[in-house]
Design a protein around this ligand. Structure first.
Ligand code: GTP
Ligand code: MG
Length: 449
């Protein structure tokens, strides 16, 4: 398959791609950023790619929040194999229509990029096709926006045929509106050779048509995969289905491995899991199916959500959601909100849910709450002079347990703290769902487990 988003399709010696430069349309659906292959290793000796990050927060956003967002963007960049050397922030009411940042900031970024030979500039927001083009023309390096960065990471992680097809669809959907004058067209369509001049409108139209056809083909392919997995899921009837959901990097796969004694890839990187995995688990003689799936993130590109429909079906069709939260993360409350919003988007919000606060071993009560809001119900605003600090874990548990509608549990997956309690809680809920759902059948005990 010519368009697999893997390193295989790349020309030798051309492992990095410039979204506005000389590759053909087909090549562009491959990975754009780093050179890591699907195993996270490198095909050839890597040249280090360096990146500059740019955020344009609105004037009301507190500094600490802006830094947290940039930390996340830097983590994404690192996950994509890129080293971040500098961060630029410009507060604006509204991003500049032409170049996203203002003229002065652009000159500053340009001077820095030239001086340090940075290979790309990464924006924390999505850029319009014309902003992308203008920035490329001005800065003369790769311009990457948040969607592209995330899609690129997904491309490096996807292993199953379904996930690869989903990523490829997202890549082409990202590409389509950006096929403009600066983009070269398909070599094949021109009968080979490198264009001497930029392509004319006719060629761009041809490229667009080729990409559209490819998108249709991928959608058809996904429909077939959908049918197959639907049949597979039907054959699993009679068993309660549980899905692990949560922000990326919170410990879902680690918990999956603990509960199912399996060996799902877990790593301190964003989006370690892109394919979903389903395992049969038996707790207290009650069997159920547990699925580990892709993590969510702030501003997850809608296109990516749409194209990941079959992966998200695992969540949509679950009887119970286990929402995992990384309590040691300074923004974990925002993460909870992002996950709940994404669940609403995919119409999976009304399901029974268990809330699992993970990584209690790393929870630091001494840390100041720097961002706006702090802990709801814990009052950080009452004393404006003193910086609010985090409540102790005990205070926190009491508040949360009283406040949340859903059952709450606090664990450390890596330190094995409270895992037995998690098993019991899960077993109880699964048994009760089983009773409601399949009242006339006893849960089948799988003695092989
Ligand atoms: N300190 C600490 N680290 C943990 C705990 N649970 C998981 N981790 C670490 O957190 C990182 C992410 O864990 P994963 O299980 O890959 O997280 P995930 O939610 O599956 O992440 P994605 O698949 O990327 O969405 C790994 O480095 C884990 O070892 C915990 O209880 N305490
Ligand atoms: Mg995972």
């Amino acid at each position: 398959m010519a368009n697999k988003p893997t390193s295989k399709g790349r020309k030798p010696g051309n492992s990095t791609r410039h979204p506005g430069a000389t590759d053909g349309v087909k090549g562009r659906a491959g990975r754009i950023l780093a050179k890591a292959n699907n195993n996270g290793t490198y095909d050839t000796a890597p040249e280090v790619e360096t990146a500059v990050l740019v955020a344009v927060p609105d004037k009301r956003q507190p500094d600490a929040r802006t830094q947290e967002y940039l930390d996340e963007l830097a983590f994404l960049a690192e996950t994509a194999g890129v080293t971040v050397t500098k961060r630029f922030v410009q507060r604006l009411e509204k991003p500049d229509i032409r170049t996203f940042v203002g003229e002065g900031k652009l000159a500053e970024i340009s001077a820095y990029v030239q001086h340090t030979d940075a290979s790309m500039v990464i924006f924390d927001d999505d850029l319009s096709p014309s902003q992308l083009r203008n920035l490329e023309a001005e800065l003369k390096v790769k311009i990457v926006d948040r969607s592209l960065l995330i899609i690129d990471i997904f491309a490096s992680r996807a292993k199953s045929a379904t996930a690869r097809t989903q990523v490829e669809l997202a890549q082409y959907q990202y590409l389509l509106p950006r096929l403009t004058g600066l983009w070269t067209h398909l070599d094949k369509q021109r009968g080979g050779g490198v264009a001497q001049r930029g392509p004319g409108e006719t060629e761009i139209e041809t490229d667009r048509r080729v990409v559209r056809e490819r998108i249709d083909l991928l959608k058809e392919k996904l429909k077939d995969f959908d049918k197959q997995s639907h049949t597979q899921r039907k054959s699993r009837g009679g068993v309660v289905r549980v899905a692990l959901v949560g922000y990326t990097n919170v410990g879902k796969s680690t918990i999956m491995n603990l509960l199912s004694r399996s060996d799902v890839f877990a790593e301190n990187k964003l989006f370690a899991t892109v394919d979903s995995t389903v395992r049969k688990v038996v707790l207290d003689h009650v069997p159920f199916l547990l699925s580990d799936t892709v993590g969510f993130i702030r501003k997850l590109p809608t296109r990516l959500i749409e194209s990941f429909k079959s992966t998200l079906d695992e969540i949509r069709e679950a009887d119970l959601l286990v929402h995992v939260v990384d309590i040691s993360h300074p923004s974990f409350e925002e993460h909870i909100a992002v996950v709940n919003d994404t669940l609403k988007d995919i119409e999976a919000a009304d399901k029974p849910m268990l809330l699992v606060f993970n990584k209690i071993d790393q929870y630091n009560p001494g840390a100041e709450i720097e961002h706006h809001g702090g802990f709801e119900g814990m009052n950080p605003e009452e004393d404006e002079e003193a910086p609010a600090s985090r409540p102790t874990l005990e205070q926190f548990k009491a508040t949360y347990m009283a406040r949340m509608h859903d059952p709450v549990i606090f664990i450390s997956a890596t330190q094995r703290e409270n895992i037995e309690e998690l098993r019991e809680l899960l077993a109880r809920h699964v048994a009760s769902i089983h009773q409601q759902r399949y009242p006339n059948t006893l849960p089948q005990v799988d003695y092989e487990q």
